[in-house]
Ligand binder design. Structure first.
Ligand code: NAD
Length: 466
């Protein structure tokens, strides 16, 4: 039977909704997808032939404007997938208090079959079709990169939109842009760094760690990571730099395990050079990468693909904490198996929200037309200097110039983005963890309850429902 992604999302929704007391009509309104646009357009290929491209944009929830979500280029894109992913975006944004509705879009293409010029033509025409139907705009719907697209495509989208709408805020029509075209520092690493902040907060909770038989803190915690792409690399690098022990790494073509832990920087440099983990010093090399996930560790971070933890391998997963960095890495059956043996599963609808959080900051930057830190960095530096001078006067001693240069630093854009990201991930974790305890449920359901409550409240405040 064909996998029905949107139905699966709605199953989790229904489970979480049963813990709430919202009106049935409101729940139905939240669950339903507000608009789906399926469109086709012709592509003139470099050889002169014409091909029809199928594309979609789904705006799941208009409880807040704009809606927000990535654009995928993949042969697997279809209406069910974009609708389900748009719904997940609505819930994810609500969990981390990013004031957007959820959206998702895509074109059914294999990017390997097209030249760069052809991909540019597809992207610009895709944008043009969205403009025609009001499915894009700083206050309507703001796309971002997803599978198969990146900063380059976002720049083409912005350029096309700006050409058709040459107004002051046009730059805010899309996020994930290159820095010199309105992008923001810290966006590339945001999702992986958000995963790190989320895990750090989870292991700081004494009561939760006691239940798992673990000490608090990241220091010495053993970690297995699946995928060394954008999310996996930054998640692992941040965990490693904060004292965690990376004991297992898997990539699509093989994996490695070492109980004493790897020098992660060395492993990553090797991976980048050879595009293989074979040949690195390890206790064990696995031809079958997914076997790495079943090895001994405290934290398992799937950061590659969906449906990696399923009924078939979940009984052999030993990790006490599963940090879902990827979207949908765990099937419902696997979730239940791991939960029943007491694992703490930190769900994707919270843990990988760092990307959309920093996209929100990019949108704010575009609308304010000023780089974060530009107005107050120097002012903060001189405030710190005034304080240091006062201490020197009172104590009669002078600070070393080395100390002054380390302390008297005002925050730049990267620092401010990082601080906003950390605060978001920490606050949201504690919020969903409280809900989990209150309802005696799991974090996935708790995150969904949090999202439903917030979206329901905003519909109620809009006065649409009594
Ligand atoms: P990516 O393409 O940069 O990285 C994925 C990595 O996984 C690649 O290195 C790939 O070789 C590896 N991989 C593929 N099959 C594998 C296998 N069987 N075993 C081990 N590794 C395998 O993608 P990404 O941006 O890092 O995204 C990873 C996941 O995170 C996806 O589920 C994505 O939807 C989700 N996500 C990404 C972002 C973001 O900002 N990039 C935000 C939210 C969620």
């Amino acid at each position: 039977m064909e996998y029905q992604f949107f139905k699966e999302v709605n199953k989790s929704f229904d489970k979480a909704a049963s813990y709430t007391k919202h009106d049935k009509g409101i729940l139905e309104q939240i669950k339903t997808c507000n608009s789906v646009y399926h469109f086709t357009f012709p592509l003139k290929k470099d050889d002169g032939s014409i091909e029809t491209i199928h594309a979609w944009r789904a705006e799941h929830s208009h409880h807040k404007y704009p809606t927000k979500g990535g654009i995928r280029y993949s042969m697997l894109v279809n209406e069910d997938e974009v609708t389900a992913l748009a719904a997940l975006m609505s819930y994810k944004c609500a969990v981390v208090d990013v004031p957007f509705g959820g959206a998702k879009g895509g074109a059914k293409i294999d990017i390997n079959n097209y030249s760069v010029d052809e991909i540019e033509r597809i992207t610009r025409r895709y944008t043009f079709e969205l403009i025609k139907k009001n499915f894009i705009g700083p206050g309507e719907d703001v796309p971002a990169p997803d599978y198969g697209t990146g900063a380059r495509e976002m720049a083409w989208i912005m350029d096309t939109y700006q050409a058709m709408n040459p107004n002051l805020n046009a730059e805010a029509c899309v996020t994930g842009k290159p820095i010199h075209q309105g992008g923001i520092r810290g966006r590339t690493e945001a999702t992986g760094r958000g995963v790190y902040f989320g895990l750090k907060e989870a292991v700081a909770n004494l009561e939760d760690m006691k239940k798992l038989g673990l000490s608090t803190g990241l220091e010495g915690k053993t970690v297995i990571i699946q995928g060394l792409g954008n999310v996996g690399y930054y998640a692992a690098k941040n965990l490693y730099d904060d004292g965690a022990k990376i004991v297992g790494i898997s990539e699509y073509n093989g994996g490695i395990y070492s109980a004493k832990g790897f020098d992660f920087d060395e492993v990553y440099a090797y991976w980048q050079e050879h595009k293989s983990l074979k040949g690195l010093e390890a206790d064990q090399y696995f031809e079958q990468p997914n076997l790495v996930l079943e090895q001994e560790c405290e934290i398992l971070v799937p950061a590659a693909l969906e449906k990696q933890l399923s009924e078939s391998n979940a009984p052999r997963i030993k990790a006490k904490i599963i940090g879902e960095a990827a979207n949908g890495p765990t099937t419902v059956a696997a979730h239940n198996i791991m939960k029943d043996r007491g694992a703490l599963i930190i769900p994707d609808n919270y843990l990988n929200a760092g990307g959309v959080t920093v996209s929100y900051f990019e949108w704010l930057k575009n609308l304010s037309h000023v780089r974060f830190g530009r107005m107050d960095r120097k002012y903060e530096e001189s405030s710190i200097m005034r304080l240091l001078n006062a201490v020197e006067t009172l104590s009669g001693k002078s600070f070393d110039t080395d100390i002054i240069s380390k302390v008297a630093i005002g925050p730049d854009e990267k620092d401010i983005v990082d601080s906003g990201l950390a605060d978001t991930m920490i606050q949201s974790y504690n919020e969903i963890n409280e809900i989990r305890k209150y309802h005696d449920t799991d974090l996935r359901t708790a995150a969904m309850i949090s999202a439903i409550d917030k979206i329901a409240k905003s519909y109620e405040q809009l006065g649409i429902f009594p």
